[in-house]
Design a binder for this molecule. Structure first.
Ligand code: CAA
Length: 260
């Protein structure tokens, strides 16, 4: 599929995905959602890709939400289907076997914040503003935001943000634990790439299984989560990455992981 609104570049095990619709502040319409779904599906299958970075084109926005002009005329049925489509993308990203980092380079609002929250974590630029303005439009977040934000920062702060429709600064988002790091817009790409390169040196199986344990464990009780972790921990001892990692340690050399 030839993408119109989504760019994907792969180099040295790292894929950079850019939502490229800057004249609409990268708003997510049905076409952008479909393209993102295709791109993420392909990246999940691509064994050469170890880490994915998602950002928005231009200097103003990561993604300013779902496309309001497209939603304005939707029936309840169409809006339900649109919500399910967005949620399917967010769940796919959340469950991918490789880490996905959001580089939030400007507004991340509504569906844009939901896209960032579906990623493993967020690095943001100082000019970024995040929020859920849906209630100012007579609706509510619909791509998983109510669920993911409350799980990430707790219900009280999530409710404050969702009920008020307020945008908060990158600094406040950092203090609230919505984002992991804030830097200047000029530095953002390099900071995220630096981290992605570090992660790409690690065992893809170790990283992928750890993601699996954290993401799925959050939906379990603690003891089930512990059992699940132990099973995945055990399975890794049947892999070449475990043999290589431990042999390299004993031989005092750097491990060369193959992801198998
Ligand atoms: N949908 C469609 N178009 C959008 C958009 C969106 N979410 N956000 C911005 N745009 C468009 C604007 O309409 C404008 O297009 P035109 O030039 O054709 O008029 C262009 O992008 C530039 O935007 P502005 O002129 O508004 O830029 P600004 O700097 O004055 O304001 C902003 C920036 C504060 C982000 C403002 O654009 C804004 O409030 N956008 C909407 C944010 C929003 O409400 N997002 C939530 C959407 S609902 C949702 O996402 C539901 C869900 O959970 C699934």
């Amino acid at each position: 599929m030839e993408e119109k609104y989504v760019l994907a570049e792969i180099a040295d095990g790292i894929a950079q995905v850019t939502v490229n619709r800057p004249t609409s502040l990268n708003a997510l319409n049905a076409e952008v959602l479909a393209e993102l779904e295709c791109v993420f599906y392909e990246l999940e299958q691509d064994q050469s890709v170890q880490v994915v970075i998602v950002t928005g084109a231009g200097e103003k926005a990561f993604v300013a939400g779902a496309d309001i002009k497209e939603m304005a005329e939707m029936t309840a049925y169409q809006a339900h289907q649109f919500g399910l489509k967005g949620q399917r993308l967010m769940l796919f990203i959340e469950r991918m076997s490789k880490p996905v980092i959001a580089a939030v380079n400007g507004y991340a609002l509504g569906g844009g914040l939901e896209l960032a929250l579906a990623c493993d974590f967020i690095y943001a630029s100082e000019n970024a503003k995040v929020g859920f303005p849906e209630v100012t439009l007579g609706i509510m977040p619909g791509f998983g935001g109510t669920q993911n934000l409350a799980r990430l920062i707790g219900p009280a702060r999530a409710k404050e943000l969702v009920y008020s429709g307020r945008m908060i600064s990158a600094e406040k988002a950092l203090a609230w634990g919505v984002v992991n790091e804030v830097c200047s817009q000029a530095e953002l790409g390099a900071r995220v790439l630096e981290l992605a390169r570090e992660v790409a040196k690690r065992s893809p199986l170790g990283v992928g299984y750890a993601k699996n344990a954290i993401v799925n464990g959050l939906n379990m009780g603690k003891e089930d989560g512990f059992r699940y972790e132990a099973s995945l921990f055990g399975v890794l001892f049947a892999t070449e990455d475990q043999k290589e990692g431990m042999t390299a340690f004993v031989e005092k050399r750097k491990a060369a992981f193959l992801g198998k």
